[in-house]
Design a protein around this ligand. Structure first.
Ligand SMILES: Nc1ncnc2c1ncn2[C@@H]1O[C@H](COP(=O)(O)OP(=O)(O)OP(=O)(O)O)[C@@H](O)[C@H]1O
Ligand SMILES: [Mg+2]
Length: 338
């Protein structure tokens, strides 16, 4: 039986592990009954209601851009997910929680508060970049620079690690949802066709590419004809989607470059030899690794399982706390922080 759990509370997805065991992976969504002010469903069931909300039933995404945007919904969701994996154990578990770098003290506290309120005895926060590095098996204890990039749904976390800790790090509020929004805007502008974020996401995941594809692929986009106001279907090509997403892709590349530009030369030398370590769900976008590699002129290595990589790293940290010896990593309660 496990005692402690690791949580990656992402903008799109919540993952809970215990050491090497995956306990839960669910979308970070709660469906709320606004009349009775109670949650109706969570995760993949609630996700189906995104973009289909009514006055009474509203699908809420409690995490926005990597931070808690709706505290009550975050607590309800964590409560549900934690009790699902912990069951009726007598002792409350402790949790190791992945967080973006650069949080304000208030944002940091609200994570601890929400996790504790959901039935956790003590919380140890670890930067997502450190967890991502551990997940990819990078040995960052040496005096040698490694750069880790995690492109999720709402954030791009970039960190240069050396001697057991973070040398440079930045969390930029850009990720998969910006690609979805760019597709929505493109369809309106070029096809006079309104589609929802969920459809845009499906188009991105199925035919999206960061680089033009040699063979054209097409897909039907269901939505509304903006002239007639009637339901309609429009054909969209992979190269159109590539065009639509190009500005966001460039911004993701620039976010990585900006951290490299602020990194001391010796560490940059190490990075150009070793390359970039890439994880996060958006790393699955066709051609993104190649585009990043071309933009920065270095190799890019992809994590084995990009979407579970941070959670895997947290699991490793739980079993090998010595790997975190260079930071102030300890279990705290909200009372310790007041
Ligand atoms: N095949 C794919 N092509 C492009 N994008 C993809 C693909 N599969 C998943 N994604 C995107 O990955 C994102 C989810 O990634 P991930 O699970 O790493 O996010 P998160 O950890 O919840 O977010 P964050 O770390 O920003 O808080 C979504 O935007 C999703 O659309
Ligand atoms: Mg993430």
């Amino acid at each position: 039986m496990f005692s402690d759990i690791g949580i990656d509370l992402g903008t799109a997805k919540t993952v809970i592990v215990s050491g090497k065991t995956l306990l839960l992976s669910e979308p970070s969504v709660v469906l709320m009954d606004q009349y009775d002010e109670v949650p109706v469903s969570f995760g993949r069931y609630a996700q189906r209601a995104l973009g289909r909300s009514t006055d009474r039933y509203q699908a809420v995404e409690p995490i926005e851009r990597g931070v808690i945007a709706n505290y009550d919904a975050a607590e309800l969701m964590l409560n549900q997910y934690i009790s699902r994996v912990v069951g009726k154990k007598l002792t409350k578990p402790r949790a190791v929680l992945a967080i973006p770098s650069g949080l304000t003290a208030v944002q940091h506290r609200s994570f601890i508060d929400a996790v504790q309120a959901a039935g956790i005895r003590g919380v140890c926060t670890v930067e997502s970049s450190i967890a991502a590095a551990l997940g990819m098996g990078i040995d960052f204890k040496k005096p040698h620079g490694s750069i880790v990039v995690d492109v999720g749904a709402g954030t791009t976390d970039v960190a240069v690690l050396s001697m057991g800790g973070l040398s440079r790090c930045e969390t930029t509020k850009i990720g998969g949802v910006d690609l979805d929004d760019a597709i929505v805007r493109y369809m309106r502008r070029e096809h006079n066709h309104a589609i929802g974020r969920a459809s845009a996401r499906a188009i991105k995941e199925q035919i999206g590419s960061a680089q033009p594809r040699p063979i054209e692929v097409v897909m039907m986009a269901k939505g509304i004809d903006l002239t007639t106001g009637l339901p309609s279907r429009v054909e969209v090509t992979a190269n159109e989607v590539c065009d639509a997403m190009s500005d966001v892709i460039r911004d993701i590349c620039r976010a990585v470059q900006s951290v490299v530009n602020n990194t001391p030369p010796e560490l940059v030398g190490d990075i150009s030899e070793d390359g970039i370590y890439l994880s996060g769900g958006t790393a699955l976008l066709h051609g993104l690794a190649e585009t990043l590699s071309g933009f920065l002129g270095v190799n890019v290595h992809l994590a084995k399982n990009v979407q579970l990589n941070v959670a895997k790293g947290i699991g490793i940290a739980m079993n090998h706390f010595d790997l975190l010896e260079n930071g102030d990593y300890r279990f705290v309660t909200i009372q310790d922080l007041l």
